[in-house]
Design a protein around this ligand. Structure first.
Ligand code: SAH
Length: 347
């Protein structure tokens, strides 16, 4: 389903370019524990059956993500506004409960990400931007206004795409930004057309990280920048092959509620970018900067307005709220890392 508004002229949906998939087994789809359906294959037909199961599981995940955001985006916007990502805070700062404080921290997340990637306001080269996993388009509208750039956002949720277009129209930005339903793993864009490829907290939903990164690289213009800000698990230490069972267990419980496939580490992303010969690869762990975020979300949810909205919004939102303590635990115990990874495509 496509959003109704036409995208800015130069970004109109273009013939789909087929990419062959780079598949790094450790970064492929699925939870790290295959379901029994995946295991009951005969040796000769095994790979066909596994592929079919993986496809239907990927489809189920896409549907789950779309439904999750269809159902929960209204609540989030009502309580927190149009940015569906962590705020960036000074480590150990005491967080104000005022709405503007959170909004400022979420805007700061965008600003810090651009700064870290070396994309500055004087940068006149940023003319076309893709917002991969755009939510209701907060980043797109902010970046389009900041740089005067054309920005197109993609999401799996039709509700989000419509709301994002409505907000753009209300802010007289429809000539600059537009949103549509499309899959980040199979983007409806030509090769090499975006000066900035922006993925703010969507990578964690991608079942095939290698394909995700390859697709980001494909649509980036030569000399363009990619910025991925995402939830990761901690880097494995030397000799370690996987997370500890209790750590995996914690992540599995978060995955169920937030419709996430297997996680990877920041190092995994860096290695993927290196394997594709990207330049100026930089990364950082911002876990300490986002630490105040989830406790603040809980405090807002516990206000009268928050509770009423939560109950009205439905089971997915309620389950999401009940999972927040696991996120806090994951950060505290160092299993979850909030990472930024950026690079430049060679000219
Ligand atoms: N970047 C936004 C929203 C983050 S929420 C913001 O900062 O406000 C995660 C977003 O990723 C949702 O919009 C969800 O629909 C999108 N998403 C998840 N998997 C996707 C996929 N395969 N293709 C496109 N969008 C995806």
């Amino acid at each position: 389903m496509k959003a109704t508004l036409a995208p800015p002229s130069s970004l109109i949906s273009l013939p789909r370019h087929k990419v062959s998939s780079l598949r790094s087994p450790s970064l492929l789809l699925q939870s790290q524990r295959p379901s029994s359906a995946l295991m009951t294959t005969t040796a000769s037909r095994g790979s066909v059956a596994v592929t079919a199961a993986a496809t239907s599981s990927a489809e189920a995940l896409r549907e789950g993500i779309a439904e999750f955001y269809n159902e929960t985006s209204g609540l989030w916007e009502e309580i927190w506004g149009d940015h569906m990502h962590h705020g960036f805070y000074d480590p150990d700062s005491s967080v104000q409960l005022s709405d503007s404080g959170h909004r400022e921290a979420q805007i700061r997340m965008i600003e810090e990400s651009l700064r870290f990637a070396g994309v500055t306001e004087e940068e006149k080269k940023i003319k076309r931007v893709v917002d991969v996993g755009c939510g209701i388009g907060g980043s797109s509208r902010y970046i389009a206004s900041k740089f005067g750039a054309e920005c197109i956002g993609i999401t799996l949720s039709p509700v989000q795409a419509k709301r994002a277009n409505d907000l753009a129209a209300a802010q007289s930005l429809s000539h600059k930004v537009s949103f549509q339903v499309a899959d980040a793993l199979d983007q409806p864009f030509e090769d090499g057309i975006f000066d900035l490829v922006w993925s703010m907290e969507s990578g964690e939903h991608m079942p095939d990280k290698a394909k995700f990164v390859k697709e980001l690289v494909r649509v980036t213009a030569p000399g363009g920048r990619i910025i991925i800000v995402t939830w990761c698990h901690r880097n494995l230490s030397q000799g370690e092959e996987s997370l500890q069972p209790w750590e995996q267990d914690l992540l599995d419980r978060i995955c169920k509620t937030f419709y996430l496939p297997a996680w990877c580490s920041t190092t995994d992303y860096v290695e993927l970018l290196q394997s594709l010969s990207l330049q100026d690869i930089k990364y950082a762990d911002w876990s300490e900067n986002v630490a105040p975020f989830w406790p603040a979300v809980i405090r807002t949810a516990l206000t009268w307005k928050g509770l009423v909205s939560l109950l009205r919004s439905g089971m997915k939102s309620i389950k999401g709220a009940l999972t927040i303590p696991l996120m806090i635990e994951g950060y505290k115990k160092g299993v979850i890392k909030f990472g930024i990874i950026t690079c430049q495509k060679p000219l």
